[in-house]
Design a protein around this ligand. Sequence first.
Ligand SMILES: [Zn+2]
Length: 200
Amino acid sequence: MGPDANKRPTAEEVLEKLLEGNNRFVEGNLLHPNHCQESRQLVMHQQEPVATILTCADSRVPPVDIFDQGIGDLFIVRVAGNIIGDHTLGSIEYAVAYLHTPLIIVMGHSSCGAITAVAKGASLGGHMATLAPPIQTAIKNIKDAEGDLIENASKEVACHIARNIETSEPIIADFVEEGKVKVIAAYYDLQSGIVSILPK
Ligand SMILES: [Zn+2]
């Protein structure tokens, strides 16, 4: 059983809450909410995460810390390069259709190894090769853009994937159209700890 679809916060309320948490993270004033034994018991039978986060598997990008949230707050899907494939998209669909998370954030980050490798044309062996095509597709139009290639590429991948999720059929596109979920792109800077919202 999932949460009541009619009793969910709005995407705007959730984003404000997460950015407040990020601000605490940046300033070193973490509250570490919902980390205690009681929090664990509260969500033992049912989870009601307020947001779905698709981000990189990179060890330096921990969403629960970055947004200063706790157990049961965030439904997190992580894969190198924050791209989508059948499994990641299926996981996001589950969060939207059954857990009614009103907000999806696709969050890229600075110094992303997967995106750096693909942007610089490195050849990836084994199953790593499957990471390259979605990144290549996303960044094909920004190769000559001004500024830092890797930063531009990471931001472009987040935006491109966010647009793909927003229009993903079946399921997510319908929820977006009905105003039940919003999809946004964001960028996490490893040095400052700041999460910026990107224009899609
Ligand atoms: Zn990365």
